[in-house]
Design a protein around this ligand. Sequence first.
Ligand code: SF4
Length: 305
Amino acid sequence: MPTRSLALYVHLPFCVRKCRYCDFNSGPAAETVRVAYLDALRAEIRARAASLSTTSRIDTVFFGGGTPTIYRAFDLVRVLDLIAACFHLSRAAEISIEANPETLTPGKLRRLNGGGFDRLSIGAQSFADAELRMLGRGHCAADTVRSVVAARAAGFDDLSLDLIYALPGQRPANWLRTLHRALRLEPDHLSCYGLSIEDGTPLGDDLAAGRVQIVPDDDHLAMRHATGAICASAGLRRYEISNYARSGRHCRHNVVYWRNEQYLGVGAGAVSYLDGVRARNISDPFPSAWALRERLPRLSCSVYA
Ligand code: SF4
């Protein structure tokens, strides 16, 4: 019986479009590339399981991105089924998937929940449409509301919303309106991140050119402090720097990182931490996908700690 508890992160790096603030390992790609990537990912899962499945039990799985739900539910459930077939997947495993509202339909949500995903994290980011446009998001606030309602109807009883505060031009009152609208949807978990504007992104270019300004420190602090108090009064307690949850609804996968416990990452740029060694797969998804098509080895990774 495997004795080591592992968290498994699955990186799906593709998105409908690139958001204006995003410097993650993600972006749009043709469907042929997305399909080839899934083949490469499945090959990597089998290879990793061959060396780890006898010693390790998977207690949490997190499909992150990117926008995992750019794929059909059928494809995502197939990857999850492969994980269950190759690894010892705990019966009580937490199985999360990240999603963006524009990629969700009631049917897809039902198929994901029925296929084993029991925790959904929706990238809402803001409930002000002007802010969503400034961020380059592909959805509006009404799409997020529809997604939450459909997710609950589909059976997701563990639901998280991602929000971003300290946006250029945002005042504390604007942020509090977004926060209150999010809380009215009664999420079990909220992630509230202060925006960091990165060089090399369109928003970073706007900042360098003086077209936008960062939020003054006092406003940033006011938003941050108010967030904790308002979430607590709504029954969501802060359990790490940016995350708030109802009792028992903290993200178990997330906590593994904070406790410096062991995890395996599969997919482009995914990080693993096993037996005291931290390693990262090559970041670019395209060589991985094409290497598989050309039957070349692809499991190169860099060890950096
Ligand atoms: S959806 Fe997420 S990962 Fe994709 S571009 Fe936008 S912020 Fe980046």
